[in-house]
Design a protein around this ligand. Structure first.
Ligand code: ASP
Ligand code: MG
Length: 410
């Protein structure tokens, strides 16, 4: 008997019928003799609907009011799920993030959890109740409602699991687990039995939407066993755990990809010690996320810098740079659109040199030109033409044997 945290995502609670079904999954866990804390997302696409409503009112809503608005989505689900549990004869109580003691920094729209005061939940658990907590929201020290960033309910669940010393945290979703790559794009994509925290963190940061990156960070730091599993069927999902207990010797565990990438190149920059920091500090201040950066000296006192951004951020990026044209003294800005990022991720890379070379060879055989590269210990990312993206992912999935149950060592 222990404490289990269960989290159900938006699609799993998308209708009254689905909420009644989720109540059964919660009760199953309770019947095993466990204490259960449930974290839920807003129903279906309701967060998107709220965002659109705000857009119909104003182009630039205040961040504070956006948090006020978006936090209502989860509040709908907690009350309905609690009613469903009560209806089925179980004692349950719903809590908003702030009632559950979730404290955050005061950053609207993307707050980090700073502390969780669990007294209230502890007390109610002692009384035998099932606790239903609204995901994605918290409260700052000055009593402002905050949200944790899109997809943040995962983080609420894992942070609660850490604060309550839970045995495990199960993330229930509409897919059966974490796949080697997106199964909607690559037919032979395979569900993984297990993946390490670090690999999952890379994949989540590379846009594999199945888990919020901060949730994985929390799980790793507090060593919370996580499992991503289907809310529809009772089958094992994907365990996310420390590398030590990994069953296979996989070099590449997954492939992530993302389109709508743009490369920005600034040419004729005067070389100076502070040039780089000026450019990237300026962009960061405007919340522009720069990804891969390449600097090359073109002559003794001139450099050019290329970096990639999401295409959505391009307009803002060029605007910011033009504003600083005098200070930065560059010749011109060139941009290339319709690019994609394809990345391979795997802990086995640390001890197996030549993985990047193998990736480039596979892409070359398919006549795919690599335009930018970045690597970490367990990841190689390439920027290529968007039209080659799917072909590249399929070829790499094949070349690294990801469709097979047990991948061969290179
Ligand atoms: N409802 C929020 C969103 O749609 C949080 C979450 O679902 O995790 O992003
Ligand atoms: Mg999610």
């Amino acid at each position: 008997m222990g404490l289990i945290v269960q989290k159900f995502g938006g699609t799993s609670v998308g209708s009254a019928e689905k909420i009644l079904h989720v109540a059964n999954r919660v009760i199953e866990e309770k019947k095993k003799g466990n204490d259960v804390v449930v974290v839920v997302s807003a129903m279906g696409k309701s967060t998107d609907l709220l965002v659109n409503l705000a857009r119909d009112i104003t182009k630039s809503p205040s961040q504070r009011e956006m948090d006020m608005l978006l936090s209502t989505g989860e509040q709908v689900t907690i009350s309905l799920l609690t009613m469903a549990l009560t209806e089925k004869g179980y004692d349950a109580i719903s809590y908003t993030g702030w009632q559950a003691g979730i404290q955050t920094e005061r950053v609207h729209g993307n707050a980090r959890i700073t502390d969780i005061k669990t007294d209230k939940i502890d007390q109610q658990l002692k009384e035998g109740k099932i606790i239903v907590v609204a995901g994605f929201q918290g409260m700052s020290s000055d009593s402002e409602i905050t949200t944790l960033g899109r997809g943040g309910s995962d983080t609420t669940a894992v942070a609660l699991a850490a604060a309550l010393n839970a045995e495990k945290c199960d993330i229930y979703t509409d897919v059966p687990g974490v796949f080697t790559t997106d199964p909607r794009v690559v037919k032979s994509a395979r569900k993984l039995d297990a993946i390490s925290y670090d690999e999952m963190l890379e994949l989540a940061n590379l846009g594999a939407g199945v888990l919020h990156p901060r949730a994985v960070e929390f799980a790793k730091n507090y060593e919370i066993p996580l499992e991503v599993r289907s809310s529809m069927e009772s089958v094992p999902g994907t365990r996310i755990e420390e590398a030590a207990s990994m069953e296979e010797n996989l070099i590449v565990r997954g492939i992530a990809f993302e389109d709508q990438i743009t490369r920005v190149t600034i040419t004729g920059l005067t070389t100076g010690l502070t040039t780089l920091s000026t450019i990237f500090t300026t962009l960061a201040k405007r919340s522009i996320n720069v990804d891969i950066i390449i600097q090359s000296a073109t002559s003794e006192n001139h450099t050019s810098i290329s970096f990639s951004v999401k295409t959505d951020d391009l307009e803002k990026t060029v605007e910011v740079l033009e504003d600083y044209k005098d200070a930065l003294k560059f010749k011109k800005i060139e941009t290339e659109n319709k690019l994609a990022k394809v990345s391979i991720v795997g802990s086995g890379m640390v001890s197996n040199p030549g993985v990047a070379a193998e990736m480039f060879a596979v892409l070359a055989r398919k006549n795919i030109q690599v335009k930018m590269v970045s690597t970490s210990e367990i990841k190689v990312s390439t920027v290529i033409d968007q039209e080659d993206m799917v072909k590249a992912v399929e070829a790499l999935h094949d070349a690294f044997d990801l469709a097979k149950q047990s991948s061969a060592v290179l």
